[in-house]
Design a protein around this ligand. Structure first.
Ligand SMILES: Cc1cc2nc3c(=O)[nH]c(=O)nc-3n(C[C@H](O)[C@H](O)[C@H](O)COP(=O)(O)OP(=O)(O)OC[C@H]3O[C@@H](n4cnc5c(N)ncnc54)[C@H](O)[C@@H]3O)c2cc1C
Length: 439
């Protein structure tokens, strides 16, 4: 289908509203107040993935309504703070392939918006080469995919790592893999860019609109928001991140989600004249001390970035001690355990970085049983209209933002996608709380 050209000014009101609504096809209406518009798609959740779906759908000329529970660009989900890593270093072939496909779409998005959204600094993975597996995979297996996809990389000794990066006292058995096709994503700019483009293509984007109920009919989906207003659409996309179960409970579906309240801290670096300089993002892979996950040695860091306060680097443990099943159980105050791991690491292994955090925060990381994405339509237990609702949640997804928005749009309007999403099915074992296939 031909893409729509962006409007030259931001529309104040959504157009149309003349479409005929076949309520007989819907389940009984629950509305106190109806808007008479029939949307092609309602998107629930205005994080990067929902905004990307809104961008992709509205660009196709679809009539799009996006409902966001809080304000746009909020700090309550998984997309707060300044930066996320774009990486191609995956041990799984299908994720490495999708990352490569995503990179092309990031380039397109940068061109379309005129914004630089990723700073391709490269990525240094280093650590114990025998580390087998964890939330970020492992150190050595991604090399097979770097070779297969012809992506340049270098292998570094501990001495070379310490010469090129401000690290000290690394164990002798450590190995480093540095690869160019990785970088730092400018989170605030991505969110605002997708918002601006979706608006320009005519999407209606509504904040402070918490969806509290959803009804799925054969030809119609109705959603109700907390102020009593109900909206109708032919299709629905749910991109509510850690909050997904709050919405799916309306249709009797519950996902087996473990939500990590991850802690991050920013630390001051020596400003110079011979200042501390991390040339790229980095990951250290090492088993937890004594096998205790609360003493994780999986750490990561980002360099100082032009869109962040100067001379600050983010260094954090890639783990969380507060693991919850509902965002309302979030503590908000960063766990001392997780802040301390980063501070201790800095004292032991970083040069020219102050180990007292400048500031810390927390963020919700949603995990399915296998750390992978859930990207599919609702299960058939929902009834004949189950394919009218497509959902995305879980996993380390920011780097795939433009690709996931495209795939969600394809699944919604074409019922299929050319991209390989076979590993993200909602019906794979352990993803649904109730395995309907076994009933
Ligand atoms: C500390 C941390 C570090 C990470 N690092 C990386 C990384 O380096 N690289 C990477 O690729 N990924 C990373 N991730 C994962 C990545 O940030 C997430 O996968 C991504 O941000 C998810 O975006 P989303 O749009 O799915 O969810 P969110 O950004 O959480 O958006 C969901 C939105 O839905 C809204 N919502 C919820 N319920 C409702 C409702 N009932 N009605 C209306 N709206 C609702 C929420 O308010 C929220 O705005 C990291 C995550 C964390 C926590």
């Amino acid at each position: 289908m031909e893409s729509k050209k962006p409007a030259t000014s931001i529309p104040l009101k959504d157009q149309g509203g003349k479409a005929k609504i076949d309520l007989a096809q819907s389940t009984k209406s629950f509305a106190n107040t109806f808007t008479e518009d029939l949307y092609d798609v309602i998107i629930i959740g205005g994080g990067p993935i929902g905004l990307s779906a809104a961008h992709n759908s509205s660009k196709l000329g679809k009539k799009v309504l996006l409902l966001e529970r809080y304000n746009f660009f909020n700090q309550n989900g998984s997309s707060n703070d300044f930066v996320r890593l774009f990486r191609t270093m995956y041990k799984e072939d299908y994720l490495a392939d999708l990352a490569k496909e995503a990179l092309d779409l990031w380039k397109e998005l940068q061109k379309e918006s005129g914004e630089e959204l990723i700073w391709m600094t490269g990525l240094l993975n280093f650590g114990d080469p025998t580390y087998e597996d964890g939330p970020e995979g492992n150190l050595m297996d991604p090399v097979n995919n770097l070779k297969r996809l012809n992506m340049p990389y270098r292998v570094l000794t501990p001495a070379q790592i310490m010469e090129e990066f401000p690290f000290k006292d690394l164990p002798d058995n450590f190995v480093g893999i540095w690869a160019q096709d990785n970088g730092c994503i400018n989170v605030p700019s991505v969110l605002r860019t997708l918002y601006r483009l979706a608006l320009a293509y005519g999407a209606k984007l509504v904040q402070h609109a918490q969806v509290i109920d959803m009804k799925v009919g054969e030809n119609l989906v109705e959603v109700k928001v907390a102020n009593g207003t109900s909206y109708k659409a032919k299709k629905c996309i749910v991109t509510a991140g850690a909050y997904t179960n709050n919405i799916l409970s309306s249709v009797g579906v519950e996902l087996n989600l473990k939500i990590w309240e991850m802690v991050y801290s920013y630390f001051s670096t020596n400003p110079g004249p011979k200042g501390t300089f991390f040339p790229s993002a980095w990951f250290q892979f090492q088993d937890p001390t004594g096998g205790d996950p609360a003493k994780s040695n999986l750490l990561y860091g980002f360099p100082s970035l032009p869109w962040m306060p100067p001379n600050l680097v983010r260094i954090a443990v890639d783990n969380a001690v507060n693991i919850i099943d509902d965002p309302k159980k979030r503590l908000i105050i960063p766990s001392d355990n997780d802040v301390q791991i980063a501070a201790d690491y800095i004292e032991k292994h970083c040069v020219g970085v102050d180990n007292v955090p400048n500031f810390s925060g927390s963020c919700l990381m949603t995990n399915a049983i296998d750390n992978n994405f859930i990207l599919d339509s609702l299960p058939s237990s929902v009834g004949p209209g189950h394919k009218n609702v497509v959902i995305f949640t879980a996993g380390w997804a920011f780097k795939f933002t433009p690709l996931l928005g495209k795939i969600l749009t394809e699944l919604t309007f074409d019922g299929k996608t050319p991209h390989n999403i076979s590993n993200f099915k909602i019906t794979r074992p352990g993803v649904l709380k109730t395995d309907f296939a076994k009933l």
